[in-house]
Design a protein around this ligand. Structure first.
Ligand code: ZN
Length: 397
């Protein structure tokens, strides 16, 4: 396949693909005229929930990956809070086998502790052998300091890394994760990383002080990386207004926090934009606010949200946005990808930066509809996604 006339780093170019790999010019298959559309390496989402096995009334691997493809994600890292929990090789294999042939590459995150109960570590080495890309009890914090330290050190020792869902239950108020609740655990785990030299990745950072703690830890030389999600730079707590499609954990914060998140993205403290795509069924989100589950959709709107709220607002450049969605995640995970260069897998997205659209419930590919972006006007849209040179999503002819 030859992707003719695409824009990469502001320059018009062609991307040639042979046998699913980017080449210096040789290609097989057809020619697709991209008409000047911007091309990027496919996005890698380091944080999502596919709900399969166990919660397939919310999402399953098929619908989840269809939504991911539409959002330009060519690889995703599903979290292990399924039923059964992905704390064993059998469940890991189920996820990988079900994803096979669906296009989007799946790099599963295995549970750090058995049953995500925070007391007994899982078998890191065996799970890595079975395909685990990282370890996390996401959805739940590892509360016990000693176990958390062991989980961080163990994953690192096996050449992998721990992803920390930061929440200190004793500092929550009525189940709500306060800024202090999040920041206390960010500080604890950064300190562990600093003291032990072990790698650590902080999930869904949402507060100003959280960013500050990570910035300081990095300055001191800690091997810490961090992510935030589109909702934390698009919205603040004023957007919630009792609408359960704005309810997630950690929750939306103050405008000052939102500003600090954008600053953290700009100066590199926050390495990655992940989605925390977390589908919930209509009837679940229809409960009264306090009883409704945490989590919102993210795959299909992540790029457009970043382009609309960061690039169009002059806060990040397009290449900075692409770096945080398609380049840096590959560096952190250590998977081959992130570069539109000969020899790399042809995981490619085409972006229509002039496309303005209202996101509607009708176009949602996920099984659930719990997106805060429904009826929002967005600029910049993923119009084609290819994995290993094979088109898995297209809005162009
Ligand atoms: Zn989480």
């Amino acid at each position: 396949m030859l992707f003719k006339n695409c824009t990469v780093n502001g320059k018009l170019t062609d991307i040639a693909v042979k046998n699913g790999v980017i080449t210096d010019g040789e290609y097989d298959g057809g020619i697709i005229d991209c008409g000047g559309l911007t091309a990027s390496y496919g996005f890698l989402d380091m944080h999502c929930h596919l709900r399969d096995p166990g919660y397939t009334h919310k999402e399953d691997i098929v619908t989840g990956l269809a939504a991911a493809a539409k959002g330009g994600f060519t690889a995703v890292m599903p979290m292990p809070n399924t039923s059964p929990v992905t704390d064993n090789e059998k469940t890991l294999k189920y996820v990988l086998e079900k994803a096979e042939g669906l296009g989007v590459k799946v790099l599963p995150v295995a549970a750090a502790t058995v049953g995500q109960k925070g007391s007994e570590l899982t078998d890191c080495a065996a799970l890595i052998k079975a395909g685990a890309a990282a370890f996390s009890d996401d959805g739940y914090p590892v509360v016990n300091d000693g176990i958390a330290r062991e989980a961080i050190v163990n994953a690192d020792k096996e050449g992998s890394f721990f992803i920390s869902h930061c929440e200190t239950p004793s500092l929550n108020i009525n189940g709500k994760v306060t800024p202090e609740s999040e920041e206390a655990m960010i500080a604890r785990d950064c300190e562990t990383s600093l003291k032990t030299g072990a790698r650590l990745h902080i999930a869904h950072v949402s507060t100003e002080k959280g960013v500050q703690i990570i910035r300081e830890a990095k300055k001191k030389g800690a091997h810490v990386t961090a992510e935030t999600c589109p909702h934390y730079f698009c919205f603040n707590e004023d957007a919630v207004n009792g609408n359960t499609n704005f309810k997630m954990n950690p929750p939306l914060r103050s405008e000052k926090d939102r500003e600090a998140i954008i600053e953290g993205l700009k100066d590199g403290t926050l390495d990655v934009i992940s989605t925390d795509h977390a589908p919930h069924a209509k009837e679940e989100k229809a409960r009264e606010f306090a009883a409704a589950p945490n989590g919102i959709l993210g795959f299909e709107t992540a790029f457009s949200a970043g382009y609309t709220y960061l690039v169009k607002e002059g806060r990040l450049t397009l290449s900075e946005l692409i770096y945080k969605m398609a380049v840096r995640p590959y560096e952190i995970v250590g998977a081959r990808g992130g570069r539109l260069e000969a020899g790399y897998p042809a995981d490619i997205v085409l972006l229509d930066l002039d496309k303005e659209f209202i996101y509607t419930e009708d176009e949602i590919r996920s099984r659930s509809k719990n997106s805060p972006f429904v009826e929002k006007k967005l600029l910049g849209r993923v119009v084609l996604t290819a994995v290993n040179g094979k088109i898995i999503y297209s809005e162009i002819n």
